[in-house]
Design a protein around this ligand. Structure first.
Ligand SMILES: Cc1cc2nc3c(=O)[nH]c(=O)nc-3n(C[C@H](O)[C@H](O)[C@H](O)COP(=O)(O)O)c2cc1C
Length: 189
């Protein structure tokens, strides 16, 4: 009877250990690397895509929050004087971020998400990249848009920060979690 109990206990113990290991593997991604899903979203679409990506990768979500949030007037692309128009017309514009991400050095893989603005990443993405030391990390852009592809913004980011280890990213317009998961597995992040 004792023997039986001992065996039972060790089997239960092993199962629990395996589950714990699996959870740990998930949070570290497939390649055992620690993943951050950093994103800026003005109206929520990219935030929803980032959540799915974080679920698919087991990565940690981090919202790149502007020190001063964007009003709908700020986002009016028909108004040349709106905040977004002024920022996007000035390649040197660097809108401030509310606070820096702590312990960025802990992460090996950083996904950077944003809405496409004028075929580019919003300038606050440049602020995020320049405010944090991303050297040596794998950096992967992702975006949502009204129809533009990711290419223009990804090329511009690679050109602005050639020292970073960029990997090909993806546009997540109406992309479900299953599709994101398949992409992650194929890419091996
Ligand atoms: C100022 C501004 C400029 C935009 N420029 C583009 C563009 O060039 N191409 C495009 O397809 N969509 C463009 N959009 C649409 C956004 O990329 C799209 O609605 C996005 O999903 C919004 O994401 P968010 O809800 O996370 O802010 C623009 C939106 C704004 C506010």
């Amino acid at each position: 009877m004792y023997r039986f109990l001992l065996i039972l206990l060790s089997v239960v113990g092993m199962a629990t250990a395996t589950e714990a290991q699996q959870r740990q593997d998930m949070s570290k991604g497939k390649s055992n690397s620690k993943i951050l899903v950093a994103y800026f979203s003005a109206t929520g679409t990219t935030a929803r895509a980032a959540e799915k990506l974080a679920n698919a990768t087991g990565g940690e979500l981090y919202a790149i929050t502007p020190a001063k949030s964007y009003t709908s007037a700020d986002l009016d692309w028909n108004d040349k004087q709106s905040r977004s128009s002024v920022e996007m017309n000035d390649p040197k514009s660097r809108p401030a971020i509310k606070s820096k991400k702590e312990n960025i050095s802990d992460y090996d893989v950083i996904f950077i998400g944003y809405p496409i603005w004028w075929n580019l990443a919003p300038r606050i993405i440049n602020t995020f990249i320049e405010d944090h030391d991303l050297k040596g990390k794998t950096v992967i852009p992702f975006a949502t848009s009204g129809g533009s592809t990711l290419a223009g913004s990804a090329t511009a980011l690679k050109k602005a920060y050639p020292a970073l280890n960029w990997k090909e990213g993806r546009l997540f317009n109406r992309t479900d979690e299953k599709t994101i998961r398949a992409w992650i597995e194929k890419s091996g992040f």
